[in-house]
Write a protein that binds this ligand. Structure first.
Ligand code: CMX
Length: 134
């Protein structure tokens, strides 16, 4: 894994959470976007070398809605920035890591994303995030 791209944080209400990040912590807001494939609206904040991604559920069905219902708001996942995501997925599969899908999905900003099951990663949900950069 090359580097951490962002940390995902589940929140119930983006508009309630955002002022804490932008005004109290003074992190610049990079943008807000709906990601229907993941049932979330996300806000990215510039936290220096990495970004923070606030995730607000859309509806009650998605992974983040379920996470908040079970565990409450808080740290949801860590995303590694990768290149050639399909190759990285094959490498992980060959090492016996359980991935949550066979093909990458479209994530925020049009990135190709895939997740590893938290049970395979000692309780942490890791994401692979390929923005097509070299
Ligand atoms: N971090 C760590 N553990 C987690 C977790 C998370 N984010 N989400 C769930 N778990 C744990 C649960 O606590 C549970 O553990 P126990 O069995 O010990 O109770 C176990 O994983 C199963 O969880 P569950 O609540 O039964 O939920 P599901 O199995 O239905 O779903 C998961 C869990 C990881 C498969 C699902 O959340 C998923 O597919 N995630 C990937 C997609 C995603 O998270 N998308 C949202 C972000 C998208 C974005 O960044 O844009």
């Amino acid at each position: 894994m090359k580097k951490v791209d962002h940390i995902g944080i589940a929140v119930k209400d983006l508009q309630l959470a955002l002022p804490y990040y932008t005004e109290v912590l003074q992190l610049p807001l990079l943008g807000i976007e709906e990601v229907p494939s993941q049932n979330v609206t996300v806000a990215f904040l510039d936290a220096g070398n990495i970004k923070l991604e606030l995730l607000e559920p859309i509806g009650e069905e998605g992974a983040v809605a379920k996470f908040i219902e079970k565990r409450g708001e808080g740290m949801h996942h860590i995303a590694f920035g990768v290149t050639s995501i399909q190759e990285r997925m094959e490498e992980l599969k060959a090492k016996g890591v359980q991935l949550l899908q066979d093909q990458p999905k479209q994530g925020a900003g049009g990135a190709a994303v895939a997740f590893m099951h938290p049970k395979a990663s000692f309780g942490v949900l890791y994401e692979l995030c390929d923005k097509g950069e070299k």
